[in-house]
Design a protein. Sequence first.
Length: 283
Amino acid sequence: MQLPYQPDFSDKVIVVTGAAGVLCSMFSKALAQCGAKMVVLDHTEGKVRALEREMKEAGGDVLGVVADVTDAESLKRAYETMISTYGPCHILLNGAGGNKPTATTDDEYFDRVESIGEGKKSFFDLESAGFDFVFGLNLKGTLLPTQVFARDMAEAGKGVILNISSMNAFTPLTKIPAYSAAKAAVSNFTRWLAVYFSQCGVRVNAIAPGFFSTKQNAKLLWNEDGTPTPRTLKILKSTPMGRFGEAEELLGALLFLLDDHASAFVTGTVLAVDGGFSAYSGV
């Protein structure tokens, strides 16, 4: 993988949650290239082992750990495994997150005729359990790992925390009220943490990715014949740069915000990497 630049993390232990995901697996591999001792956490054992094996084959110093970011006891066990192998965490990347179909609507706007009826899921049909899941995964899944892995940083007087928000934290997208609200909460929590830890040498920031076309969301963005879906056309029309981002285009923001030499005076920032989407009013 070609990095935009390569900071020296050879003296760092970096923990990544949600590490087997599309973006966070790329982040983990990039940070391993920078010499870090990597602790990659995910709730699916098969995916953790596959990522661990791939990174080791590429020469990385990596420990794969199965952990649930919504379960404090699971995270404490992961912490003990890390301590016994590498010692304390220096950088925490809170990458776990996601959405759930039961917390999304079928319609963009409520229609008194079209939004009501069998098989239709409007705002009034959303399940509270779906909202609980999305907030638990995104917000609680940022809170708990921070409590477990950042204590050593705070006590040592140095460290970096990077959260993953979303450009829909700035402007909520239609159909996904829980995810938009949860990511807005992650952004707000990032700023709160930045102030809270500001006197003890721990920096806290977030990246807010815009629209990236990956295997994970391909069915939402492209028809089977490769043509764009109506939602894709709306996205591109609202993105001043007129295209989707490439996953690798997040690496510059990642490395900059984690590198104390490059961003020593940066904390409390939610950095949008979205081709201008969050800046565009549509007119």
